[in-house]
Design a protein around this ligand. Structure first.
Ligand SMILES: Nc1ncnc2c1ncn2[C@@H]1O[C@H](COP(=O)(O)OP(=O)(O)OP(=O)(O)O)[C@@H](O)[C@H]1O
Length: 338
């Protein structure tokens, strides 16, 4: 559905060229929700703007439904763009137009007749639950409601793909959740493929099937959300995970605990909290597990349990316990203090 092949974008600047996006490959299949996460300056906005050719790549291919957008004539590009809706952090609504007109005007400009415009505006304002706000102006709406209007406007062109550029970054956590629920509903009920960019791991956690970590314009790690959340490799990915789970312990505490045994993070997939396995470790190996922190993360496609345990016992028994846990499908990782 969306495919980027070796896409590169370089901006000239006074201090030399800036490579904002460097040889990026990604593939979002029909009906999936993929997320790109990165810190400020990583290249996220440039990347998402490359997908509908708001930025032209210096090299590489941008394929939507198999068509390489970089090869299209301006007229064909305009038509293909209608299949790619976009929503933004600051909503980009027309301040002097009503909610109704914010959705209707772009449709009129695209040449749809009055009846079709009315039908679509009503349909999509209903989907975003704003049927009672037709006559309101953006200034009379909350941030969440403004984003709903922007979503209705994007949907009214009946796109195959929705691009979301930090669409929840300006919203409070509760409103963020309701917008993410709406994106899930759109994905499920209308079958729209979604690619979003964000700097919030909680957004990825809640709605993404697949995630890419972007750093200095390059994808440094990627995988299904479940894999990435259970098995992060790169420090940046781990730092993002730290923002949503209590992964850190102070160095002094870890050093003190390590005088006797090891401190290990155990990651489980599924609702199993690990307790029965730890009881087993205790009985089988004579190793005493003390739970230091525990949390459960609910992802779009599953649940992950995280336990940080202090394992006390003889070193060879601890090693055997860790091997046993690995054999049971539990990921183990030695914890360093921070
Ligand atoms: N039009 C431009 N001209 C010159 N440099 C640019 C331009 N747009 C982006 N850049 C540079 O490209 C890099 C990536 O910027 P980009 O805005 O894509 O990052 P980002 O991850 O979206 O950051 P943020 O979250 O802060 O918006 C930055 O170093 C930025 O300064």
């Amino acid at each position: 559905m969306i495919k980027l092949e070796n896409v590169k974008k370089v901006f000239p600047s006074k201090n030399g060229n800036v490579t904002a996006v460097n040889n990026v490959n990604l593939h979002v299949k029909k009906g999936e929700i993929h997320g790109v996460i990165g810190y400020s300056g990583a290249g996220k906005s440039t990347l998402i703007r490359l997908i509908n050719l708001l930025e032209k790549p210096d090299s590489g291919k941008v394929l939507i439904n198999g068509t390489d957008l970089t090869t299209l004539s301006p007229e064909n590009l305009r038509q293909t763009r209608q299949k790619v809706g976009m929503i933004f952090q600051h909503f980009n609504l027309m301040k002097t137009a009503t909610v109704y007109d914010n959705v209707a005007i772009p449709l009129k400009l695209l040449g749809y007749d009055k009846q079709e415009v009315e039908k679509r505006v009503e349909k999509y304002l209903k989907i975003v639950e704003l049927s009672d706000k037709h006559h309101s102006y953006p200034s009379q709406l909350s941030g969440g409601q403004k984003q709903r209007v922007a979503i209705a406007r994007a949907l009214s062109q009946e796109p195959d793909v929705l691009l979301s550029d930090e669409a929840t970054s300006a919203l409070d956590p509760e409103t963020t959740n309701s917008i993410l629920d709406l994106l899930l509903k759109i994905n499920k009920e209308l079958g729209i493929t979604i690619l979003l960019i964000t700097h919030e791991m909680s957004v990825i956690q809640k709605i993404c099937d697949y995630v890419y970590v972007l750093e200095k314009g390059e994808i440094i790690e990627q995988g299904s959300s479940i894999d990435l959340f259970t098995n992060p490799d790169r420090p940046t990915t781990k730092k993002f995970l730290d923002t949503i789970s209590q992964r850190k312990l102070s160095t002094s505490l870890v050093d003190q605990l390590k005088l006797e045994g090891t401190v290990t993070r155990l990651t489980f997939i599924g609702e199993n909290t690990g307790q029965p396995l730890l009881a087993h470790v205790s009985q089988k190996f004579g190793v005493v597990p003390n739970i230091l922190t525990a949390n459960i993360m609910e992802l779009k496609n599953g649940i992950i349990g995280n336990l940080v345990v202090h394992l006390v016992g003889e070193q060879d028994k601890i090693s055997a316990s860790l091997q046993f846990l690995n054999d049971q499908g539990v990921r183990t990782e030695e914890v360093e203090g921070e």
